[in-house]
Design a protein around this ligand. Structure first.
Ligand code: GDD
Ligand code: MG
Length: 346
C-alpha cells in the first residue's frame, strides 16, 4: 500500500509566503511541513510515496528527489493544468497500488494510520475518510453518517446553518483503486464536490472514521500561526529540533548568542543563529536556521524562516517572514507577512 500526497494547490490564502513556493513546503518549526509528513509516513510503515504536484513542482522535486535521503521512494505525478483534488488522484493512477492512502499535504496532524486501516478492513468499503471535529465546520467538507459510520451526505464548505454535523473531512483517505473508475480523466474534478457525492449516490461504501490527536489545516495565516503556538505550548507534540535549555526555550546548534540577550519562553531558535547584545526574543518566536538578529531587537509572536536578517533596533510583533528577508534597522513591524524570491535548498 502506497500513499499519494496532494501537494498541487496554489496556497492562495498563505500568500505572499506561497507566492513562489508550494504550500506544503512552508516551514513548520524550521522544516518544510512536507518533510515532517514524509518522516511521519515512514514511521507508520509507508515507504512508497507519490506526490501530486502542480505549483512550482521543481521545488518539491529538487528538495526530496527520489526520497532516498528519507529512506522512502518518491515518484511525482505532475499536472500540466490544475486538475483538482480528484483529478490529481486520477492523474496519479499508474503509480497507485490496489489500496492506497491519500493525504492533503497541508494537514498538520499526529498521523496514526493503524486505526483508520483497521476500520477500512472491517467495513470493506471503497473509501474510508478520516474525520475530525471542529467548532466551525463551514470552512471544510462536512459529513452526515449513520451508526455504522457510513457516510450519507458529504457537503463541502456549507453555510454554518446548513452544516449537517461538526465532523469534517480531515483530508486523509484510505481508498480502493477501483474507485478511480468514477473519476473522469483529463479535466478538473473535485473529490469533495463531485466524487464523494457521486460515490455516495452509487452506494460504493464510503465510510468515515474519527481520527485522534492534533489536527490543523495550515492553509490560512491564522491557522499557520496557531500551529506554531500549539507546537511551542506542546499542545501539538511534534518533536522540536534543538535542545531545551530552560523550560520552553529550544536552541539549535552553533548559535552565537551575545551577552544580555533575553529569551522569554516559549521560543524555538534554529541552527547557526546569531543574536546581538540586549535583544529580547519571545514569547512565541520561531527563528529559522542561519538567521542573524542585530542588537537591541525586540521580537514577539513572530515566525522567521531561514536566513532572515533583522538589523539593530528592529521591533517585530506578530510577523511571519519568508526565506532570507532583510529588515532594515529600527523598523517597527506589526502583523507583517512578507517574503521574497529565493530558491529553497535541500
Ligand atoms: N495535485 C493537486 N492538484 N493538488 C491539489 C489541487 C490540484 O488541482 N487542488 C488542491 N490540491 C491539494 C492542496 O495542495 C492541498 O494539499 C489539498 O489538495 C487540499 O486543498 P486545499 O485548497 O487546502 O483545500 P481546503 O483546505 O480548502 O479543503 C480541503 O481540506 C479540508 C481539510 O483541511 C477539503 O478536502 C475539505 O473537504 C477538507 O475538510
Ligand atoms: Mg487546506
Amino acid at each position: 500500500m502506497n500513499a499519494l500526497v496532494l501537494a498541487g494547490g496554489l496556497g492562495t490564502r498563505l500568500r505572499p509566503l506561497t507566492e513562489n513556493l508550494p504550500k506544503p513546503m512552508a516551514l513548520v518549526a524550521n522544516r518544510p511541513w512536507l518533510e515532517h509528513l514524509i518522516v511521519q509516513l515512514k514511521k507508520q510503515g509507508i515507504r512508497h510515496l507519490v506526490i501530486a504536484v502542480k505549483h512550482y513542482p521543481e521545488i518539491i522535486q529538487n528538495y526530496f528527489g527520489n526520497g532516498e535521503k528519507w529512506g522512502v521512494t518518491i515518484r511525482y505525478a505532475i499536472e500540466k493544468s490544475l486538475l483538482g483534488t480528484a483529478g490529481a488522484i486520477k492523474n496519479a493512477e499508474p503509480f497507485l497500488d490496489e489500496r492506497f492512502i491519500v493525504l492533503n499535504a497541508d494537514i498538520v496532524h499526529e498521523l496514526e494510520l493503524a486505526p483508520l486501516l483497521a476500520f477500512h478492513n472491517q467495513h470493506g468499503g471503497g473509501v474510508t475518510i478520516g474525520l475530525t471535529e471542529v467548532d466551525d465546520p463551514s470552512h471544510y467538507g462536512v459529513v452526515e453518517q449513520d451508526e455504522q459510520g457510513r457516510i450519507l451526505r458529504f457537503v463541502e464548505k456549507p453555510r454554518p446553518e446548513e452544516a449537517p454535523s461538526r465532523l469534517i473531512n480531515a483530508g486523509i483517505y484510505v481508498m480502493e483503486k477501483q474507485m478511480l473508475q468514477y473519476i473522469p480523466a483529463g479535466r478538473e474534478v473535485s473529490i469533495e464536490r463531485e466524487t464523494f457525492p457521486l460515490l455516495i449516490e452509487k452506494g460504493a461504501g464510503i465510510y468515515g472514521k474519527v481520527i485522534s490527536g492534533y489536527w490543523m489545516d495550515m492553509g490560512t495565516k491564522e491557522r499557520y500561526r496557531r500551529i506554531h503556538w500549539d507546537l511551542l505550548n506542546r499542545v501539538y507534540p511534534l518533536p522540536l529540533l534543538g535542545q531545551q535549555n530552560e523550560k520552553g526555550i529550544w536552541i539549535g546548534k552553533n548559535c552565537e548568542i551575545q551577552p544580555g540577550v533575553m529569551f522569554v519562553p516559549p521560543v524555538l531558535i534554529g541552527d547557526n543563529v546569531k543574536i546581538g547584545e540586549r535583544s529580547v526574543i519571545g514569547p512565541y518566536c520561531v527563528i529559522g536556521n542561519d538567521c542573524v538578529i542585530g542588537k537591541q531587537v525586540r521580537c514577539t509572536e513572530t515566525i522567521m524562516w531561514d536566513r532572515c536578517l533583522a538589523h539593530n533596533g528592529v521591533v517585530l510583533n506578530n510577523c511571519i517572514f519568508g526565506y532570507g528577508l532583510e529588515i532594515g534597522s529600527k523598523h517597527i513591524l506589526h502583523e507583517a507577512v512578507m517574503s521574497r524570491v529565493e530558491v529553497l535548498q535541500a
